[in-house]
Design a protein. Structure first.
Length: 91
């Protein structure tokens, strides 16, 4: 993953999705942390089942970029109780 400075702003101050844009950094940091948790539980760092594991454990689906298959900054919540646990733990 790319390390972007926290003060870097790639949106306008009048962006209608400004809160979403501001919280992306927190989301990326949380994904780095759960990747470590995944590695400990599964004895490996990179695995094709990471996205499935996140859905089962934390109740959201990581949306991948259609062009290159990398993880995007979007997600879909499928289990609110598990997702709340994720937010309390990591965000």
């Amino acid at each position: 993953m790319v390390n972007v400075p926290h003060d870097f702003q790639d949106y306008d101050d009048d962006d209608p999705n400004i809160e979403y844009r501001r919280n992306r950094t927190k989301y990326w940091a949380a994904l780095k942390e759960i990747r470590k948790e995944y590695a400990i539980e599964n004895k490996q760092i990179y695995d094709q089942y990471f996205v499935q594991w996140v859905e089962e454990k934390y109740g959201f689906i990581i949306i991948k970029n259609l062009i290159n298959g990398s993880i995007s900054d979007m997600y879909t919540i499928v289990d609110e109780a598990k997702f709340i646990f994720f937010k309390l733990k990591y965000l």
